[in-house]
Design a binder for this molecule. Structure first.
Ligand SMILES: [Zn+2]
Ligand SMILES: [Zn+2]
Length: 264
């Protein structure tokens, strides 16, 4: 069994729980240690049972609770060298024996879970996306990226489940209240994926084997869950992919656990 569950999603905090029979890990810890423990308890898991914490990049919405969680539960923490460097102050002291470095593009092996990583274009230090493999099943987590590179497209083939960023609606961002520089940053090549960009990526990676898609990291200001769903599902339908029949497409909740994906 390969299980994934969104614990929180968006610029107010991100964390994803990934579990197999023998391995339980957390990807990112962008909310307080207390809230993370409560979210894990709410899905029937336990922070004390975690085997590791992996960080996608150094932005606070992915790391704000990481130091506390790692110390409280004596968790090994995995991050790229640039992420360690950029997040050093904010993470605080973590004993060196529990600090692990992986390279973007490298693999992390747990007893019954393989985690592949790939670099993503984002304005952070050494940011990565993830593919989780267990028992012939595979699911990906890819958020916080300005665009989908050909290499990422290659990495995202033949997946059972896909968690992908659908950060903003391009018109809402353009016409919204954000300062021009911030709009430029978000829509730029190292910013965040729009609904349309997520749809275009999904069209190229959904295969007959893909059963579950989760839209993640939605902007509170520049997107709406219904708009993200409508935009993406209508584009998939135009491409001959029928959400609801062939696969489910859901939107991750911002503040509470949601969207459990389970592959047996
Ligand atoms: Zn983020
Ligand atoms: Zn980020």
């Amino acid at each position: 069994m390969l299980e994934l569950c969104m614990l929180a999603s968006g610029s107010s905090g991100n964390a994803v729980y990934v579990a197999t029979e023998k391995t339980k890990i957390l990807i990112d810890a962008g909310l307080s240690g207390k809230r993370l423990a409560a979210a894990l308890a709410a899905i029937g898991s336990d922070a004390a049972a975690l085997d590791a914490l992996l960080l996608s990049h150094d932005h606070l919405d992915h790391t704000s609770g990481a130091g506390v969680l790692a110390r409280r539960y004596r968790l090994p923490v995995y991050a790229t060298q640039p992420t360690w460097h950029a997040a050093e102050k904010q993470l605080g002291h973590i004993p060196s024996g529990r600090c692990h470095v992986f390279t973007a593009g490298g693999k992390i092996s747990f007893p019954d879970l393989e985690v592949e990583t790939f670099p993503v274009p984002h304005d952070a230090a050494g940011p990565v996306g993830f593919i989780f493999r267990h028992g012939g099943r595979a699911a990906a987590l890819v958020t916080d990226l300005g665009y989908v590179t050909p290499y990422i497209l290659d990495c995202l083939q033949n997946l059972d489940g896909i968690i992908i960023e659908a950060n903003h609606d391009e018109e809402m961002l353009l016409n919204g209240s954000y300062p021009w520089l911030l709009k430029k940053r978000i829509s730029g090549k190292t910013g965040h994926l729009s609904n349309v960009m997520a749809a275009e990526c999904l069209k190229k990676i959904i295969s007959p084997r893909t059963k579950q898609v989760v839209l993640a990291h939605l902007s509170a200001e520049n997107n709406l869950p219904s708009l993200a769903l409508d935009t993406i599902c209508s584009r998939l339908e135009d491409a001959g992919i029928t959400p609801g029949k062939q696969l489910t497409v859901r939107v991750a909740a911002r503040h509470e656990p949601s969207c459990r994906l389970c592959f047996t």
